[in-house]
Design a protein. Structure first.
Lengths: 224, 589, 255
């Protein structure tokens, strides 16, 4: 049984993974405690001749204790989660200098539009690459998710990032890769018969390598 | 109460008078007897449970042995599985219909339709439901809904393939899936089934409020009845929301409206809000009755009063109320305002509290008991231990940052099956084996029932526990072939293991099915009260006569007076009148 | 336009006149009985579709993600939108647009029309079928293709072929020019199927030539349709036996 998460490769991984392990410990302890108590009670209080069960209707003090302990535990976990959520998904969490891209999802591909040399989206020098997300390492990327048809979900497991792309909406999601290399984009929301292979590739370049790719982008790109 | 006693007594008299003249058709097919209707629901929903399970086996074949010809798959048409190899569009239909059948046609009717019908009048001391004919209608409305839902498999374009949650616009636009008629049938069937549920639920509510026997105070109701009562209220409030949403979806598909079509100004997220505003109460509809049965059976098996009866009731009420404020936790990744995510996270965390209270109270009930390991008790204990896992795994996805990673992965699939199978279905097995003697007048074979329990428990964990691991590796749900992704290829071994466990799990259910059918004919004759239970249903014959009670019983105490010092035996039926004992009678309600 | 008007008048005459075979176009040749039994007249239309000017550059397809398909190409594959070989234009559907007697039905060809998916492209890219004729869709690639038809008058479909060697048969019931086919997995894959109510059609190959056979004598409006370059029409008089010729020319720099 492997309860470890696979290696993360973005700035979010540390926070999400840490929170996951905290919850794993808290729930793990609760799990062991309750299951052991259950099994122990079943063995200890199995029916034996001549032994009568206690005639006992409950204990208000015990009720208050376990209600409060549970409530405090889940509320603390909730408050711990709220900060991380705001840092990752909050509307104003996107760093101002983030590199912008548009990720347009359609059955069953990801069309990724990069700004041209002017670094502005929506201008004539934008170029679009199919199923290939190229990004520089250690730099925040601000992706605008749109969808052509059904709802898709942009999921890069190594970056611990997931966000639905909904037709008719423009949804911002940002992330900052911390490792160069090749990763995979998966679609996490059922979007039709080709959902299972709505796959894209992520290439995280070093800063210089990305600049070179970006400058030559028009050549590799499908459209203009 | 006294005003009700007289008319109901009259009702019984006429009921018994008619019992001998009724034709087979009126007695067993178009019956207004709540017991017959309950058994009809039982047979129907067990058939659908089998159908849903069969679909799951095809899913597991594809995931365990991707791209290989399925044994016996040759019988399927080329639009589903040419040469016995499952097609992606058929896989999506399988996933959709497995969820649909299990939620709407198996678990929900098993809990509510079967036991709501069978238990409520018997346990509250009523001769029948408040509206017996509406009760009959609620069953006979559900039948065409089920036939229609099955018919979807044979229409052109295949069955609905947009997931049981039918997210628009995938469900709304036929060109995106190639499915048109199947999705329309899905909609119409659920609208009809919703009507059946609504009719059933207000019948239950009315019956519990008005037909309780004298002395059956609210706080003397068994927890199973409390749970069914609160569930009926949830059904009555939630089902119309689903029906309304599905009618909108149906209009989008057939009349050219665009409630959920963004190109024409509709909003896909509206569907999700409506669906989950129904869907989350629905989750509690699927677990509250299970909790109620478990409470009854654990108290009986432990020979002890339920620990903290009042807090158990308040926990049911708290879950029912809080359940309306958590639907957004299904939508953390949907693109709704992230600020809402935090509010829904907090409400979701809070709803863990009443669930935890119930677990602690079950533990407290067993503590100090004298545990009899009869088959229903085994299933009820399995329910508690599996519900613990399902409840705790819910905390991971309630935490919004962690949910970013595990949302829509197999971690969710593991969680929901720990709640719905480990929770609801084990409680259903517990309840069926517990009330089977009352329903059919015969005992199920305890040896084969225990064999079924042991194999089911082990194989079940073999299926669903490793799914947590898949989810933690990022394995998305509802994908036809995970090997398309490099990061999932190393998980094939786990998937194959899960599939083999699933086949064992499915095969083991035939032990149950054979035991169920065979015991009906050749099982040992059941005594009136085989489990030494205090409930009113155990004071009448097995099976109870039409009209249930010769005279309306009087209730003197709560349902969990086990091992009371007032009597020599370790149980004390609710309707047994004790000679006045000034010292002891004040000690309990 | 004028020709269509005349045709319309002829049709209405025929309708009013009852049994009488009216007009020069209605068919002084083949007897109605023979037409019903066997569509084949003895006439045919042959011709060549030429292309002059500069052909637009076909876009390159980046198939790097689909190694199975990319391996089938020595050089980077292009999307064959406009295929010109030695001045001849391929993938033009040539068919009888009007002039056939009204209300006449023709037997549906028993041989299926085959469309193959190979190297993540459709072969052929343009085709015509008769309504009701079986279309056999093949997958020669060891990858998932889905075939999505988005017609306006017919019933659409969206089916998948996850394995090499699979064939699926479908048909359309109503005349519709044209039904686009696409693969949603490989967004560059497109094909067009013209669904006609009669069997008088042909598609040009690389040499630009076509032959429509089995036509009864008469004067017809023939249309040549290319998905990118549009349509050309021509009026052709077909003898009872023998061949009439119809050559079409598309020119470059249309856009």
């Amino acid at each position: 049984m492997n309860w470890l998460l696979p290696p993360g490769a973005s700035t979010f991984a540390g926070e999400i993974d840490w929170l996951y392990y905290v919850i794993l410990w808290v729930t793990g302890i609760a799990f062991v405690a309750t299951e052991v108590a259950l099994v122990w009670f079943l063995i200890r209080y199995r029916a034996r001749p001549g032994v009568r069960a206690r005639y006992y209707h409950g204990n208000n003090k015990a009720e208050v204790v376990w209600t409060s302990v549970t409530a405090i535990a889940v509320l603390v976990l909730g408050l711990m989660s709220a900060g991380g959520w705001n840092r990752i998904k909050g509307r104003d969490s996107v760093p101002p200098n983030a590199f912008p891209v548009i990720v347009h999802a359609k059955q069953f591909e990801w069309e990724i539009t990069y700004p041209g040399p002017d670094l502005q989206l929506g201008t004539a020098d934008d170029f679009t690459v199919r199923n290939q997300l190229h990004v520089p390492v250690d730099r925040a990327i601000n992706a605008t998710l749109t969808s052509e048809d059904a709802i898709h979900s942009f999921f890069v497991p190594a970056w611990r990032i997931k966000q639905d792309a909904v037709p008719g909406m423009r949804i911002q999601v940002w992330f900052q890769p911390t490792q160069t290399g090749e990763f995979e984009i998966a679609c996490a929301e059922l979007c039709g018969l080709g959902h299972y292979r709505m796959r894209g590739s992520v290439t995280v370049h070093s800063e210089e390598e990305f600049d070179r790719w970006h400058r030559n982008g028009g050549q590799l790109a499908l459209g203009q | 109460m006294a005003t009700i006693t007289a008319p109901t007594a009259g009702h019984i008299a006429t009921g018994e008078a008619h019992a001998h003249e009724m034709s087979f058709l009126r007695k067993y097919i178009f019956s207004t007897d709540h017991k017959i209707i309950g058994i009809q629901f039982l047979i129907m929903s067990l058939v659908f449970l089998l159908v849903g399970g069969l679909l799951a086996m095809v899913i597991r074949w594809q995931l365990g042995f991707p791209g290989q010809a399925m044994p016996g798959g040759g019988v399927l048409p080329d639009t589903m599985a040419p040469d016995g190899i499952v097609l992606p569009e058929f896989y999506n239909a399988l996933v959709t219909m497995h969820g649909t059948f299990m939620v709407f046609f198996a678990i929900m009717p098993l809990l509510v339709g079967v036991f709501g019908n069978y238990l409520i009048p018997l346990k509250i001391g009523a001769p029948d439901m408040a509206f017996p004919r509406i009760n009959m209608a609620s069953f006979w409305i559900a039948v065409p809904a089920g036939i229609m839902m099955i018919a979807g498999f044979v229409v052109e374009g295949g069955h609905a393939a947009a997931g049981w949650t039918a997210y628009a616009p995938l469900s709304e636009r036929a060109d995106l899936t190639g499915v048109s008629m199947g999705q329309i049938l899905w909609c119409i069937s659920l609208i009809i089934l919703g009507l059946s549920s609504i009719l059933g639920s207000f019948n239950y509510i009315t019956t519990v409020i008005n037909l309780r026997a004298p002395g059956m105070h609210w706080f003397r109701l068994p927890l199973s009845i409390w749970a069914l009562f609160v569930t009926a209220i949830l059904v009555l409030l939630a089902m119309p929301i689903l029906s309304g949403a599905i009618i909108m979806l149906l209009f989008d598909q057939t009349l050219g409206t665009h409630f959920f079509g963004p190109a024409q100004g509709g909003q896909p997220l509206l569907w999700q809000h409506l669906f989950w505003f129904f869907g989350h109460p629905e989750v509690y509809i699927l677990i509250l009755p299970a909790m109620g049965f478990a409470s009854d059976i654990i108290a009986n098996g432990s020979r002890k009063p339920v620990f903290g009866y009042a807090s158990m009731v308040f926990a049911i009420l708290a879950i029912a109320v809080l359940g309306w404020g958590v639907w957004g936790h299904h939508m953390f990744m949907s693109g709704m305002n992230p600020t809402l995510g935090t509010s829904f996270m907090i409400s979701t965390m809070l709803i863990a509290v009443p669930s935890a209270i119930k677990v602690f109270n079950w533990l407290g009930t067993i503590w100090g008991g004298s545990v009899r390991f009869h088959v229903p008790m085994l299933h009820a204990v399995a329910f508690v231990s599996m519900f613990i896992i399902g409840g705790l795994s819910g905390i991971f996805m309630a935490s919004t940052p962690v949910d970013i990673y595990i949302h829509d992965t197999y971690f969710i699939v593991a969680h929901l099956h720990y709640v719905l199978f480990g929770g609801s279905l084990f409680a259903i097995f517990a309840a069926i084996s517990y009330w089977y003697p009352k329903m059919f007048g015969r005992m199920m074979n305890p040896f084969w029932a225990k064999v079924h329990f042991v194999i089911t428990f082990i194989a079940y964990n073999g299926v669903f526990f490793p799914m947590h691991q898949l989810g933690l590796q990022g394995h998305m749900r509802r994908i036809f072939d995970p090997n398309e992704y490099e990061f999932l290829q190393h998980l094939q071994g786990i998937n194959t293991f899960i599939s083999i466990s699933a086949f064992v799990l499915f095969a083991a259910q035939f032990i149950f099915a054979i035991n169920f059918i065979a015991s009906w004919f050749v099982g040992a004759k059941a005594p009136d009260n085989p489990w030494d239970d205090n409930g009113l249903e155990w004071t009448v014959a097995s099976p109870p006569p039409h009209g249930n009670f010769a005279t309306i019983p009087r209730v003197f105490r709560g349902p969990y007076e086990y091992s009371s010092p007032l009597v020599e035996e370790d149980f004390l039926p609710q309707n047994r009148e004790l000679p006045p004992q000034p010292a002891a009678s004040a000690a309990h309600t | 336009m004028k020709r269509i008007l005349i045709g319309g008048m002829v049709l209405s005459l025929g309708a009013c006149g009852g049994s009488e075979e009216a007009g020069p176009e209605g068919g002084d040749a083949a007897a109605p009985a023979a037409q019903a039994a066997q569509a084949a007249g003895g006439g045919s239309v042959t011709g060549v579709v030429d292309f002059t000017g500069t052909a637009p550059v076909n876009p390159t397809i980046d198939m790097s993600e689909e190694a199975v398909c990319q391996r089938k190409y020595a050089t980077a594959p292009t999307d064959p939108v406009v295929l010109v070989t030695d001045g001849k234009l391929a993938n033009v559907v040539v068919y009888v647009k009007s002039g056939l007697p009204a209300g006449q039905s023709f037997p549906v060809p028993s041989t299926p029309a085959v469309i193959d998916q190979e190297g993540c492209l459709y072969h052929p890219r343009a085709m015509a079928v008769m309504a009701g004729q079986t279309i056999q869709i093949k997958n020669s690639d060891a990858v998932l293709h889905n075939i999505k038809a988005v017609p306006t008058k017919n019933r659409g479909f969206n089916i998948s072929q996850p394995r090499a060697g699979m064939t699926t048969e479908r048909s359309f019931t109503t005349e519709e020019v044209t039904v686009p086919l696409e693969c949603s997995v490989h967004g560059w894959m497109h094909a067009n199927v013209a669904v006609l109510s009669h069997p008088f059609f042909a598609t040009t190959g690389p040499d630009g030539s076509f032959t429509i056979t089995g036509l009864p004598a008469g004067t017809y409006e023939i249309e040549a349709r290319h998905e990118e370059l549009g349509t050309r029409t021509m009026s052709v008089s077909v003898p009872a036996t023998g061949s009439a010729s119809a050559n079409f020319t598309f020119t470059g720099s249309t856009s």
